[in-house]
Design a protein around this ligand. Structure first.
Ligand code: AMP
Length: 210
């Protein structure tokens, strides 16, 4: 099954995609994760995108589409995948339709207040990428990853200024995709405002209808 997870930053796309991908036996392809890995490894791509990402702006379509197109050629994508955070513009969506036939687009809905609440408490493992939250998903030991014991950080783009910009960028460039995919009869809304367990359950139930 080929799915797109769409929604504002902090809607829980990555958190929900992980268990769903495990259940379906398909890879979780997050463009944000791919970019962060490139930055960590100081690749040419990483150097190009680092400042853009820290500010909360979008990486140019050409770079992003090329990255996804290449990733979708890997053998592990034969059974399908979840695209998390891609596409984020109409241009990316048009390009994607040239090399992938998507089964459904799951749109996670949450309020702006919740976006700010979630992103400002978010913590990320520098090593394995596992996400936590200071209120709703605390690690056993403060500041330390339960899975690998490495340090948790605040993502540079989770600063108040970048959060505000990311929300503006979302409304300006990504929200139009909701109408775009609705017109293609691919859009499925899932209420993203509940607990992680609730949203996972609602998403699984929605996927069973596809
Ligand atoms: P995310 O982890 O999905 O919140 O993405 C983190 C950042 O990576 C975004 O704020 C953008 O700067 C960049 N990014 C991720 N996906 C895309 C995309 N599809 N198009 C452009 N930039 C992206």
């Amino acid at each position: 099954m080929k799915l797109i997870f769409i929604g504002p930053p902090g809607a829980g796309k990555g958190t929900i995609a992980t268990p769903i991908c495990e259940k379906l036996g398909i890879p979780h392809i997050s463009t944000g994760d791919l970019f962060r890995k490139a930055i960590k490894n100081k690749t040419t791509l990483g150097q190009k995108v680092q400042v853009i990402i820290e500010l909360g702006d979008l990486v140019p379509d050409a770079l992003t589409v090329a990255l996804v197109k290449e990733r979708l050629q890997d053998d592990d994508t034969n059974k399908g995948y979840i695209l998390d955070g891609f596409p984020r513009t109409i241009g990316q969506a048009d390009s994607l339709s040239d090399f992938s036939k998507i089964d459904a687009v799951i749109n996670f809905t949450i309020s702006d207040e919740q976006v700010v609440e979630r992103l400002s408490g978010r913590r990320l493992c520098t090593n394995c990428g596992t996400g936590y939250h200071t209120e709703t998903m605390k690690p056993q030991q403060e500041g330390i990853c339960d899975k690998c014991g490495k340090q948790l950080i605040i993502r540079p783009d989770d600063s108040p200024v970048s959060i505000k910009n990311r929300l503006e960028v979302y409304y300006d460039q990504t929200e139009p995709l909701i109408e775009y995919y609705k017109n293609k009869n691919l859009l499925k809304d899932v209420d993203g405002s509940g607990t992680v367990a609730e949203v996972i359950a609602n998403t699984k139930a929605m996927i069973e209808t596809i």
